[in-house]
Structure formats: C-alpha cells, structure tokens
Design a protein around this ligand. Structure first.
Ligand SMILES: [Zn+2]
Length: 308
C-alpha cells in the first residue's frame, strides 16, 4: 500500500505542480459543487448534477424538473433545502427515463416528492432496458423510484402562485418525453428535446426517432417566442433560435438519410456520404447521430415514403 504522503507527492508530480502551488488536491475524488443560477422569480437552474435541474421554489413546497444523476442527489437535495424556505419537495417531473435525469428519483421520493412523468417513462423505469447503441443494460428501478402520477397527453398544476403546464411529445428523444412550461415567467424546460453545439440523441431503443424529434421541435417552437428562456438537458439557458437551428438540421438530415435508405445504403455508406457535413463544424462528430437516425428510421419506413 502506498503511504498517503507518498501518494500525495505522486499526485503533485502527476499534476505537474511545483511544491507550494495551490494544487487541486482537495478536488481529487470529490464531485464539483452544483451551481444555481436564478432564472426568474423563485426559479433556479441547477447545473453540475449530470443533467440540468430546474427548481421552482414556493412556500407551499418546491417542484423540480428533472433530478440529475444519482451520485449528485444528496448535494441536490441539500442545495434545494438551502435555497427554499421550506423542506417540502412537492413534485419531481421526469422529462424522460434516462438515468442522468431520473437518478434522484428514489432519494426525492423518500423526501416526500410525488414523481410526475408520462406513462411510458414509468414503464421504462420499471423494466430492464437494453440500449443497443450504448451496449448497456439498465436494470429495473426499485418501486420507490417509479413515477406515481402519470399522464398521457398534457396536464397542469398549481404551486403557490406558479402555474405549471406540461405535455407529452411522442416518439422523439424517447417515447416518453415531456416538456414543462411556466407561462407567467415564459420559461420552457425541455429535457433532451433540444441539443445545442452537439448532435441530439434519438434513442430508437426506447421509442425515439428523427421524425418524432422534428415534430417535438415544432411543438416546442409553437410553445415559445423570442423571449422564452429555454432550459435543455445540458448547458446554459437557450433561446427559440436554437430550436429553429435544430429543426433546420434535423429536416435536412432526415430527408438525406431517408433518400440513402431508399437507395439501399448501409449505415457505413451513409456515414461515408457525409449527409451532415455543413453542421459538423457546430455540432461535432456525427457518427452516433447518423447511426441513431438510420436505425430509428428503419422502424418508420412507411412514414418516410417507403423503400423503392
Ligand atoms: Zn436523455
């Protein structure tokens, strides 16, 4: 076993620091602190939790849109308790089943939150899920981590003075995506239905596909205006123009990949033809996105006009 002092010296050397420098030893093995940015009246954007979390604070209790990843859940709860003037967590919305958004379900449920999600999200969370493109199998979540108030199309609730509207968009990022809208503050929380500076995920293994993703983007455009502050699953506050850019890119890629599928091209051949070329500078490596678009499209050939 390496004595602690030796290990510390080793770490200093590995980090390239000279003796006496303020090395980030205290940060080693420790998670970065969560950040909280005010979004509006009693609304916080909490970053650093794996996925963005929006906290709506009220003396009657708090609501959270998404809960981040499990290993941040204790820090998240602590931060919300610090910022809110109550320890009541009324509601946790799950925008979809992915673990970086639902990792706090169990802890927040035990803290008293009811978990609101689309019915499909509850079904996924209660099942073993094989996600082929991640080469990963997700075990079913314990009963306490499952949503206990589900809906099918849309609904709304009141939290203190704050009206909260939410609605499902089918077969987009997954088949259980929802957005949450705060009309009085013009804040729209969309989970992973918006990706900026990277390609979106269309998780065909749990019901997502590019056509549905385009329809979801159109639904979000209808719900927003130029002043709307949009919170996506990652990154800072976004704007309606980001949705417009996403729609342009997705429409172009969908049409191009559909045409290539009609020509009988394999996924490797599609990638080689670079159908995303003009978007790669902004969004990076398209290989995963194209694979997801292609595989998802194979399940929707009829909507794509069939294969000649
Ligand atoms: Zn996701």
């Amino acid at each position: 076993m390496v004595p602690p002092t030796t290990r510390r010296n080793f770490l200093r050397a590995a980090l390239g620091g000279a003796a006496g420098m303020a090395l980030p030893l205290s940060a080693l093995g420790r998670r970065a602190a969560l950040t909280a940015t005010p979004l509006g009246d009693n609304v916080l954007l909490i970053g650093g939790a794996g996925a963005n979390v929006v906290a709506i604070l009220s003396l009657d209790g708090c609501a959270l849109v998404d809960g981040g990843a499990a290993d941040h859940s204790a820090d998240l709860l602590k931060l919300v308790y610090e910022r809110a003037q109550t320890r009541r967590i009324e509601t946790l919305f799950n925008t979809h089943w992915h673990w970086d958004h639902t990792g706090s379900n169990e802890r927040l449920s035990k803290a008293g939150a009811k978990i609101v999600a689309h019915e499909n999200t509850k079904l996924w969370l209660g099942a073993e899920i094989i996600v082929e493109w991640e080469n990963r199998t997700y075990p079913p979540r314990p009963p306490q981590a499952l949503p206990n108030q589900t809906f099918y199309t849309s609904d709304k609730m009141q939290l203190g003075q704050q009206s909260i509207e939410y609605a499902h968009v089918p077969q987009a990022h997954t088949d259980g995506d929802m957005y949450v809208f705060l009309p009085s503050q013009n804040i729209l929380v969309v989970g992973d239905l918006l990706a900026v500076d990277r390609y979106p995920i269309v998780d065909y293994c749990t019901g997502g596909w590019i056509g549905g993703f385009i329809d979801a983007t159109k639904a979000l455009l209808e719900r927003s205006d130029a002043q709307t502050r949009i919170v996506a699953g990652q990154g800072p506050v976004r704007a309606r123009a980001d949705l417009e850019n996403q729609l342009t890119m997705c429409n172009a890629v969908k049409d191009r990949v559909a045409a290539m599928i009609r020509r009988g091209l394999s996924i490797e051949e599609v990638i080689a033809e670079k159908p995303t070329a003009e978007f790669d500078g902004q969004r990076g490596d398209p290989q995963l996105f194209l694979t997801l678009v292609y595989r998802g499209a194979l399940g929707h050939i009829r909507e794509l006009g069939g294969v000649v």
